[in-house]
Design a protein around this ligand. Structure first.
Ligand code: ATP
Ligand code: MG
Length: 424
């Protein structure tokens, strides 16, 4: 049985439980062992006088974090953590733990992030840490449900590709038989091709790879992206989907992850929609023109804007030249139909209405000194009928960071990859 399935009212019943030895308290003639499973803790109690002596000795010298299986009788006990204890008559060691432990599982001893990540299997045994991933699972599920209910179909695009999505340098090259290939930095080009294919509404939740040189608290080299692309809609249409999705995800987490939120000591509120919208030009004004119009907003700038506005908000109408070639400009060519969803100073998502007019797209590619030949597989899909379309990409770990107030994005990834970390 799981720890949460046993109640004090089951006094006298026989149960079998299994889990890790969280704590051993040896009082000489009495041994308490706290067993931890995925859901909680159970105390088992072994009084020397009444239990089998061999079992008593075995329990007395069990090492912490060993995995054991215990069969015994539930006894109501007001002083025990859940109002009951278990008096065992069968005590089986399934896997003995070595000691000393590489990391303390009890929250009493703090450990630095590096040590924790080096021993992630052990770190994840901490209820606070595993709660993050139970919530992450709920978020993925909520996103799938929300988008499926809105008629989106889930797709899987290639992660091994021949060209850079944006022609940037943030790519990991790999050897692909006798050629060079890359790990994909975004499903962008493929999800757009699927608009030409007539799928109309697609989404993907999958890995993206970015060879970011700099170690920051909000960049990973392998992250999870939630991407959508939709036909016959403009940027406003997909912004509405994005904010409604975020709202739904918060609502679901509050409803389904009550226990995990309590463990993390977090009180969540559903953000109100529609989210605030400010244009890039308005953002520059908040900065009192410290950044010249047309330049990208750096971290310091985003912090100033984030402090001013707070919570979730969109920055819209970006200068065309700092956004990728596939974004559609407004009639005034200088600004484009691109938006970023922000939470404070953290960018959560980027999206846009896309340029679907072949000639203009070709021009955009050339203007950025990229080679149309390398994008032929993509451009081809624009020559034979493609609907106007829009979409966005959202960083799943960034959303979790925002929601749970995590100070480092690595906390939201089971096995993070960064500039210096490739194991575990
Ligand atoms: P940033 O400016 O914060 O580096 P970006 O504009 O380069 O992000 P996009 O190409 O717009 O990122 O990717 C879409 C979303 O994917 C981002 O809004 C972000 O949430 C997420 N994302 C991008 N790069 C990373 C990364 N290295 N680590 C974690 N998440 C990322
Ligand atoms: Mg972006």
């Amino acid at each position: 049985m799981r720890s949460t399935e046993i109640k004090p009212e089951m006094d006298g019943e026989r149960v079998i439980i299994a889990g890790w030895v969280h704590e051993v308290r040896d009082l000489g003639g009495l041994v308490f062992i706290v067993i931890r499973d995925r859901d909680g803790f159970i105390q088992i109690t072994l009084p020397k006088k009444t239990v089998n002596l061999e079992m008593f000795k075995k329990a007395k010298k069990i090492s912490r974090e060993s995995v054991i299986k215990v069969e015994g009788i539930v006894k109501r006990e007001d002083k025990a953590p859940n109002g009951f204890e278990i008096i065992p008559d069968i005590f089986e060691i399934l896997s003995e733990s070595h000691s000393p432990l590489p990391l303390e599982v009890t929250e009493k001893v703090p450990a630095d992030l590096e040590t924790r990540l080096d021993n992630r299997f052990m770190d994840l045994r901490r209820p606070k840490v595993s709660s993050i991933f139970r919530i992450k699972s709920q978020i993925s599920k909520s996103i799938r449900d929300f988008l499926s209910n809105r008629g989106f179909i889930e797709v899987h695009t290639p992660k091994i590709v021949s060209t850079a999505t944006e022609g940037g340098t943030e790519l990991f090259p790999i050897s692909y038989f006798e050629r060079e290939a890359f790990l994909n930095q975004s499903p962008q080009l493929y999800k757009q091709i699927l608009m030409s294919a007539g799928l109309e509404k697609v989404f993907e939740i999958g890995p993206i790879f970015r060879a970011e040189e700099h170690n920051t608290t909000r960049h990973l080299n392998e992250a999870t992206s939630v991407d959508i692309e939709m036909s016959f809609v403009d940027h406003e249409g997909v912004m509405e989907i994005l904010e409604e999705m975020v709202k739904k995800v918060y609502g679901n987490v509050i409803e389904k992850c009550e226990k995990q939120l309590k463990t993390l000591e977090i009180e969540l509120e559903v953000p109100k929609t529609p989210f605030k919208r400010i244009t890039y030009t308005e953002a520059i004004k908040i900065l009192e023109n410290k950044i010249p119009w047309g330049e990208d907003l750096d971290l310091q700038a985003l912090k100033t804007i984030g402090n001013e506005i707070g919570g979730f908000y969109f920055i819209t109408e970006w200068p065309t030249k700092i956004k990728p070639f596939y974004v559609m400009p407004f009639e005034d060519d200088r600004i484009c139909k691109s938006f970023d969803l922000m939470y404070g100073y953290i960018e959560i998502a980027s999206g846009a209405q896309r340029e679907h007019r072949y000639e203009k797209l070709l021009e955009n590619i050339k203007r950025r000194n990229l080679y149309p030949e390398s994008f032929e597989f993509y451009l081809k899909a624009f020559r034979y009928g493609i609907p106007p379309h829009a979409g966005w990409g959202l960083g799943l770990e960034r959303l979790i960071m925002a929601m749970l107030g995590l100070s480092n994005i690595r906390e939201a990834m089971l096995f993070p990859r960064d500039r210096t970390r490739l194991v575990p």
